[in-house]
Design a binder for this molecule. Structure first.
Ligand SMILES: C[S@@+](CC[C@H](N)C(=O)[O-])C[C@H]1O[C@@H](n2cnc3c(N)ncnc32)[C@H](O)[C@@H]1O
Length: 359
């Protein structure tokens, strides 16, 4: 029996947005209070710069930039070309891939300012199908944006697109930070574990702390293909729904401990238990005046974690449905009543009959 889903109900903390997310916190929006470009560039492009430099003596190399966005990584290429005017390097083939048409257009425009040989492809990473082609694949601030259901397929496609000596360079946030919503943050440990199960080899990794955002960490990974075969992906997908659920339960625990600590802080400030009904005006005022910046950041983090839990809940339901349908197709005659009832919880009766009939 799987554990119960983390609750998505109300808590005494649930109506405090207006008190807690006040101007102080809004001012902390990354674009306002740190030099975002500088920090993100310096951390997330570090391994990429190093790797590109090691290719300076090659005659040519192939680079795919997956989730290229507006073409930020092209600046690495530009810098590299300037520094290596006299190198033996003859050609760099850069391919920027993004599912957003708008971003592809921006990246194309950006590349026209640079003297680089760049091509672009509007495509979802789950659809790409290159085999042993690239010396470098960069996936910078990309994985947290992909649909969690397709993360293994996408990582597999990227590994499959690497040539024997190629490197997949991944850089991302290691934990939720205050400003992002509707995304899933994967820690470096989770990504390493998936990549290794799929048949990649992690050659190098680094963890870098943000200079300005408390408790924010970035990671950089350099990965090669190792023992890649499609069965590994199939086997992995069989257990993936469970993995997503476990991630969701872990986030539920994290949210619960943040909530306990925040509740305790609020009890301290109010000098009493937090009322289960709506807070009075006086209590709200007291909290507004006394909650520290750290408390507010913790509250915001709790909201972000809740958002990820909701997203994962949605994804795991879809995965369950997929697995149920797969089972139905292969195992119809052994179905017992409980299983049948569970299926009907997930899919509608009409869907059920259409599956049975299509068999
Ligand atoms: C945060 S941006 C990062 C852009 C760039 N790599 C950078 O570091 O500045 C993430 C990009 O990934 C793209 N993206 C998200 N999911 C994708 C998918 N499944 N396939 C292709 N691109 C995707 C988004 O459209 C967006 O442009």
């Amino acid at each position: 029996m799987s554990p119960k889903s983390p609750s998505v109900g109300l808590s005494p903390l649930s109506d405090l947005d207006d008190i807690i997310i006040d101007d102080t916190l809004k001012d902390r929006d990354l674009k306002e209070w740190i030099n975002k470009e500088e920090e993100i560039n310096s951390k997330t492009l570090r391994l990429l710069k190093k790797r590109v430099n090691t290719l300076a003596n090659s005659r040519e190399f192939q680079w795919m930039d997956i989730g290229c966005g507006d073409g930020r990584c092209l600046s690495v290429l530009q810098m590299f070309l300037k520094a290596n005017k006299k190198s033996k390097l003859k050609r760099i083939h850069y391919l920027g891939v993004d599912k957003s048409k708008e971003n592809i257009e921006k990246a194309e425009e950006c590349s026209s300012n640079f003297s680089v040989d760049a091509k672009f492809l509007e495509s979802d990473a789950k659809e790409i199908n290159y085999i042993s082609r690239f010396d470098i694949i960069s996936a910078i601030l990309f994985l947290h944006e992909v649909d969690a259901i397709f993360l293994p397929n996408i990582l597999w496609n990227l590994l499959n697109a690497l040539n024997e000596k190629g490197s997949l360079l991944i850089s991302d946030f290691n934990n939720p930070y205050e400003q992002e919503k509707e995304i899933i943050i994967w820690s470096y440990k989770e990504i390493i574990s998936i990549v290794e199960d799929l048949g990649g080899l992690v050659e190098r990794f680094e963890i870098l702390e943000s200079m300005d955002v408390p408790n924010l960490w970035f990671y950089n990974l350099c990965i090669r293909r190792y023992k890649l075969n499609p069965e590994r992906l199939d086997n992995f997908l069989d257990n993936y729904a469970e993995m997503l659920k476990n991630k969701m339960y872990k986030l539920g625990d994290e949210r619960a401990s943040l909530e306990t600590a925040l509740n305790a802080r609020m009890c301290d400030i109010l000098g009493k238990q937090i009322p289960s009904k709506k807070l009075s005006k006086t209590d709200r005022r007291l909290l507004k005046d006394n909650l520290s910046l750290e408390d507010r950041i913790a509250y915001r983090r709790k909201l972000l974690i809740q958002d990820q839990i909701n997203t994962l809940l949605n994804k795991t339901r879809k995965m369950d449905k997929y697995l149920a349908v797969k089972n139905l197709r292969s195992n119809k005659s052994n179905m017992d009543n409980d299983f049948y009832r569970e299926i009907l919880d997930i899919i509608s009766r009409d869907e059920y009959y259409s599956i049975i009939q299509s068999k």
